[in-house]
Design a protein around this ligand. Structure first.
Ligand SMILES: [Zn+2]
Ligand SMILES: [Zn+2]
Length: 263
């Protein structure tokens, strides 16, 4: 530990206390004030006690590919019926919570209500995914955080790419480097309105690697282990297409998808 670390920690604590006094923290679910002694990390830093109870944490057993939780007792690793027999380019996907209740509301406010200030809380909830046992023992600072890209027109209207904002926050807290190396070059209709077959057709060839430019260089990608970041994973089709590019074109060794929530 460097000499500067305790000083930085004290400064951060002082700053946090000053901020709490100026702007009392409220629950991101019901807007009730949070208790003064609420922690600054983890779900209790963002939600009150009763909203925390409404959060559904994803616990075993879950599909070892897409992370879909399964009701009932299961002692061995299993693959759900959506993943069985499907070619999936990512190694596995992991989310800390189900996209239900107050967390779903928080994600919608972040994305569609353009409340950028919610990114700190969501990045903290995203960090829960890193405690997956399959990532334990990995030196994650050697990995790379990569956001699922948005088409530029959608990013223009929203004002930001929610996945990149989550990457940046998580990178600042964990020291895992982050880079925007994918781009989305065809705009697809909102996923929810399309049938599965049409949706998959739309997604194919929607993504590409960004070209290096003098003002945007790409980090080394050959043999790299990548954490692909998105806010919510639903069917996994988008993550599959992105992972395919990362492996086939960038030469990534491994792609693990981490999301704040599982749809
Ligand atoms: Zn609440
Ligand atoms: Zn699955």
């Amino acid at each position: 530990m460097s000499v500067a670390e305790p000083v930085l920690r004290t400064a951060r604590r002082f700053w946090q206390t000053a901020l709490d006094m100026l702007y009392p923290r409220v629950c991101h679910g019901c807007q009730d004030p949070l208790p003064e002694d609420a922690p600054h990390q983890g779900k209790a830093a963002w939600f009150c006690g009763s909203c925390c109870e409404e959060l559904v944490e994803i616990q075993a057993p879950y599909c070892c590919v897409c992370g879909e939780p399964f009701d009932g007792a299961m002692t061995e690793a299993f693959v759900c019926k959506n993943c069985a027999g499907r070619r999936i380019a990512f190694d596995f996907a992991v989310a800390g919570f189900k996209a239900d209740g107050p967390l779903r509301e928080m994600i919608l406010q972040f994305k569609y209500g353009r409340q950028l200030t919610l990114r700190a809380g969501l990045a903290d909830m995203l960090a829960a995914a890193l405690s997956d046992p399959r990532l334990a023992g990995e030196d994650l600072r050697q990995w790379l955080l990569v956001p699922v890209p948005l088409h530029w027109t959608r990013q223009y209207w929203r004002g930001f790419n929610q996945s990149w904002e989550l990457c940046r926050r998580l990178s600042a807290h964990t020291g895992i480097p982050a880079a925007q190396i994918l781009r989305r070059h065809s705009r697809t209709s909102p996923q929810a309105r399309l049938h599965r077959k049409k949706r998959l057709q739309n997604l194919k060839r929607a993504f590409a690697l960004r070209k290096p430019r003098p003002w945007h260089t790409l980090p080394p990608l050959q043999g790299r282990r990548i954490l692909l970041v998105d806010d919510v994973l639903t069917t996994g089709a988008t993550a599959h297409e992105c992972a395919k590019i990362l492996k086939q074109e960038a030469g990534a060794e491994k792609v693990v998808v981490i999301t704040v929530a599982r749809g």
